[in-house]
Write a protein that binds this ligand. Structure first.
Ligand code: DC
Length: 237
């Protein structure tokens, strides 16, 4: 089990997926579960600034998240929402939803069940988010905390937006600063996490560093044999 935490735009999703592919592990994007619930609330016209309304939604929709690093599926009440949860509207609303304790309790429990099922089946998993190493999987044998400069994070996220949502780096940066403030209480670097600053690293370098950490961690961290790395491609968050 490998825990990957870090702020928006630090490259954790792309890196975590690349590590999972390189090592033949499952992959869990915990942010997608918060995004899915946010999409569901927005699609019903709910007032997400009302914490009571958001708290009451925690057990509402059936959220299913897949663990295939090549096709990370996310469904809400049976509907595939993989692209809908990446819109700017959802991105700018999700922090408020993720800050509600009832939501966190419900989604953390779901994430822990998914990880437990994968481990019980004898597989390994890379889980990424904000609180994996501290709350979701505090016993993970490998913990990584990714950082990157504010402007590089904004550039990566801007490049990631769909063409019809084109935003300048300046706009993304302002939205990111707002999200950072909202997300701050949820994000914690575990004392035993290794911090990797990805500002000047390319994706393959980050993946290699995490793979090396997992190799050093032994069987619990994952496999004995040295994996052959696939060229992972470009950053996207
Ligand atoms: O990583 P992301 O941008 O997809 O995360 C979406 C939101 O969910 C973001 O506001 C932080 C929040 N989040 C969280 O609070 N805890 C997690 N484990 C993962 C994401």
């Amino acid at each position: 089990m490998i825990a990957v935490d870090g702020p928006a735009g630090s490259g954790k999703s792309t890196a975590a997926r690349g590590v999972a592919r390189a090592l033949g592990l499952r992959y869990l994007d915990t942010g997608s579960t918060y995004r899915a619930l946010t999409w569901w609330l927005l699609s019903r016209g709910a007032d997400i600034s009302d914490a009571g309304v958001v708290a009451a939604s925690a057990g509402g929709p059936v959220i299913e998240v897949g663990t295939d690093p090549d096709a990370p599926a996310i469904r809400v009440d049976g509907t595939d929402v993989a692209s809908q949860i990446r819109t700017r509207e959802v991105s700018n609303a999700v922090s408020a939803v993720a800050a509600v304790p009832e939501v966190r309790r419900s989604l953390v429990a779901m994430q822990q069940r998914i990880i437990a099922d994968v481990l019980a089946a004898g597989d390994g998993i890379v889980a990424e988010g904000r609180d994996i190493g501290t709350v979701v999987a505090p016993d993970a044998p490998v913990k990584v905390f990714l950082t990157a400069s504010e402007v590089v994070r904004a550039r990566r996220r801007t490049a990631d937006l769909a063409a019809d949502e084109a935003a300048t780096v300046a706009v993304t940066r302002a939205e990111q600063a707002q999200r950072d403030r909202y997300d701050a209480p949820q994000m914690a670097r575990a004392a035993d996490a290794v911090e990797i600053d990805t500002t000047d690293l390319d994706l393959d370098e980050v993946i290699s560093e995490i793979v090396a950490l997992a190799d050093g961690a032994g069987p619990g961290g994952r496999p004995a044999q040295t994996p052959r790395l696939r060229k992972a491609g470009a950053w996207s968050t």
